[in-house]
Structure formats: C-alpha cells, structure tokens
Design a protein around this ligand. Structure first.
Ligand SMILES: Nc1ncnc2c1ncn2[C@@H]1O[C@H](COP(=O)(O)OP(=O)(O)OP(=O)(O)O)[C@@H](O)[C@H]1O
Ligand SMILES: [Mg+2]
Length: 325
C-alpha cells in the first residue's frame, strides 16, 4: 500500500473548454471538471480517444486558455501568473513540438538554459540523457531526420532536463519500443522518488497506471467518471473475475442471452468479436457459455478467465458511453 500524499500542489476547479468547430458549432471538450493533484503523487488521467485529455493538459500547463474555471498551482492562480507555473513544470506533449531547426543536443541544452541551468550543467545533463535514451550518436543531428520513436525519446529527455515540480506526460510511451518504455519509467520513478516530483500521466497502456499510479481518474466526454486508487476502482466493476470470449462474429442476441444467465453479473462488448463477462461462479458460467456458443453454431476463437485489470475497469466505465454515441 502506497503512502497517502496530503499536500495539494495543483487545484482544478470547474475547468471547462469549449472549442468552436469549423461548421460554427461549439464542442465541449472539457465540461467543468474539478480535482486536486497531490505533491509527489503519480496521477493517471485515463480516457478514450477524443475525451479531452490533451485539452486538459494544455490548460493545466498554461498553453491553452480555459473557457471557464480556475487552476491554482502552488497557491497561485495560473491565469494571473502563467510564467510561474510554466517555469515549474515539464511537459511531454502528444504532438512533436521539438525545434526542428536545432540538433538534438541543442534542443536539450537550450531548454535547460531556458529553465535557469548554466550552459555547463545543461550540456552535462544533455549528454547524460542522450546516452540514457540511446541518442548519443545522433546528438549533433537535426531532429527533422529523427524517426518517430527517436523524436519521442528526445521529447522525454527534454521534459526532464530541469527537475520539474510536476511532470505532465501525454501518452509518453506511444511509439516507444518496450525497452525504452522501461527506461522512461526508470527516469520518471527516480524523479518521483528523489525529488518528490508529481506526475500527471495520460496513456492508453493500462498496465502503466496499474503498476505505477497512486490514483487514477477515468474520464470521458468531458467529465471525470471515477477517481481513486486502482484498488478502489476495482470495486466499481460488478465482479473481480471475468471471462473474455472471442467469437468469429458477435451479435446482440448472444450478448443478451449471456447477460440473462444466473451467475453473470454484467457483460461488456469490447469489439466486434470480443465480449467480457463479469461472473461469480466462473466454472459454471464457462460451461453454460460453451453450451450456448455450440447451440448457436458460433465459432469460438478464444476464451480466457482472469482477475479484472484496469483495462477491464476502463472498458466497463467507458463503453456504455461509447456505444451510445
Ligand atoms: N483546436 C481544436 N478545435 C476544435 N476542436 C478541437 C481542437 N482541439 C481538440 N478538439 C476536439 O476536442 C476533443 C478533445 O480532444 P483532445 O485532443 O483533448 O482528446 P484526447 O482525450 O487527448 O484524445 P486522444 O486519446 O486521441 O489523444 C476532440 O473531439 C477534438 O476533436
Ligand atoms: Mg490526446
């Protein structure tokens, strides 16, 4: 059990963002959310594509002006003092915002100097990070020649050049191979442990928040659906055991029939072939499911019994919204 963090570093009150679409219609991307970020915690902000996660990060890092609401960073209003907040955060944005006219090493050194490091300290740190992220041989190359994964590694190195108070990571591991994912997490956990750096993470890889988060918010359609530790979130799903079934093709009749079985607590449809069944008595339900699939003349591609993961919690708390779109 992780130690509970109690000092508030960032307060978000009724934060809202309405975009104007090209057709002149307003689009509410963030619909008045409120939460507190605690000093030293790793906070995961999870939600489906288009839910408004990057919009939220852009507002929290003073890159985008909110339509309404308030953000208070270390007791100071972000609106009144954006420079103060900007000087204390590190951001790995979702898009590539490296300076294409600079080399990799220059990207890091200039960033460090901008955040108050001496040229010597910035150069030393840049070389350490280039080595850590496998970019030493590319340090003097312009970033326009970088592959997607290389650019991502450099964006991460840049965000941690100066020890930020809060590190915002917007899908930082997208495009990274598994070895560099681990290296990223080693750096993030080291910052968190040694400097009590607060981490605000968005990701679609659910094993990351499950392994590393103090708290998780599940967010969809502009609103926070649930917020708590992974253990607290586990209690939000109908059972702790699930059966995942992949058929050659899924139809509503089968889902309805499975849902009506006595020991089935709930059913979530994952994709056009896969559904997830929340169960109490797994052995009995497996036998019933196999009989039903046989009776319907369907082809079973796979069946898997497991404990619920954050992936399942996420799907359970967001699929109904998606289905109703
Ligand atoms: N500049 C903009 N103008 C109009 N609409 C926008 C703009 N930026 C984002 N949106 C819309 O706001 C919604 C939220 O976008 P956002 O990028 O915050 O989502 P996200 O949760 O980060 O998604 P993803 O997981 O795909 O990164 C989307 O519907 C998007 O189309
Ligand atoms: Mg995004």
């Amino acid at each position: 059990m992780k130690e509970k963090k109690t000092e508030v570093i960032l307060e978000v009150k009724n934060l809202k963002k309405v975009y104007m679409k090209n057709d002149g219609e307003p689009h509410v991307a963030v619909n008045g959310i409120s939460f507190e970020l605690m000093k030293g915690e790793i906070f995961s902000f999870l939600g489906p594509n288009g839910a408004g996660k990057s919009t939220t990060i852009n507002m929290l890092t003073a890159q985008l002006t909110p339509t309404d609401g308030e953000i208070v960073f270390q007791g100071q209003s972000l609106k009144d003092n954006p420079i103060f907040a900007k000087s204390k955060v590190g951001v790995v944005a979702q898009h590539n915002n490296l300076d294409r006219g600079l080399t990799a090493r220059e990207n890091l050194i200039y960033h460090g100097q901008y955040f108050g490091m001496s040229e010597g300290d910035a150069a030393k740190k840049a070389d350490e990070l280039l080595a850590s992220f496998g970019l030493t041989d590319w340090g003097n190359d312009y970033v326009k020649s970088f592959s997607g994964g290389m650019a991502q590694r450099l964006k991460i190195a840049r965000a941690i050049m100066h020890q930020p108070e809060i590190l915002f990571l917007d899908e930082p591991t997208t495009g990274l191979d598994p070895a560099y994912r681990e290296i990223l997490w080693q750096h993030v956990l080291k910052l968190n442990k040694e400097y009590n750096t607060t981490v605000f993470l968005t990701t679609h890889y659910m094993e990351e928040p499950e392994r590393f988060s103090d708290r998780v918010a599940i967010y969809n359609k502009g609103a926070i659906k649930t917020l708590g530790t992974v253990e607290e979130l586990r209690k939000k799903v109908p059972s702790q055991t699930i059966i995942t079934i992949v058929l050659d093709a899924l139809n509503e009749d089968v889902v309805k029939e499975v849902k009506s079985q006595a020991d089935v607590k709930d059913v979530s449809v994952k994709d056009e072939k896969t559904f997830v069944v929340y169960v109490d008595n797994s052995q009995k339900v497996i036998n019933e499911l196999l009989a039903l699939i046989d009776k319907k003349g369907l082809t079973l591609e796979s069946i898997n019994l497991s404990a619920t993961t954050l992936d399942d919690i996420f799907i359970h708390l967001t699929t109904n919204d998606i289905k109703n779109d």
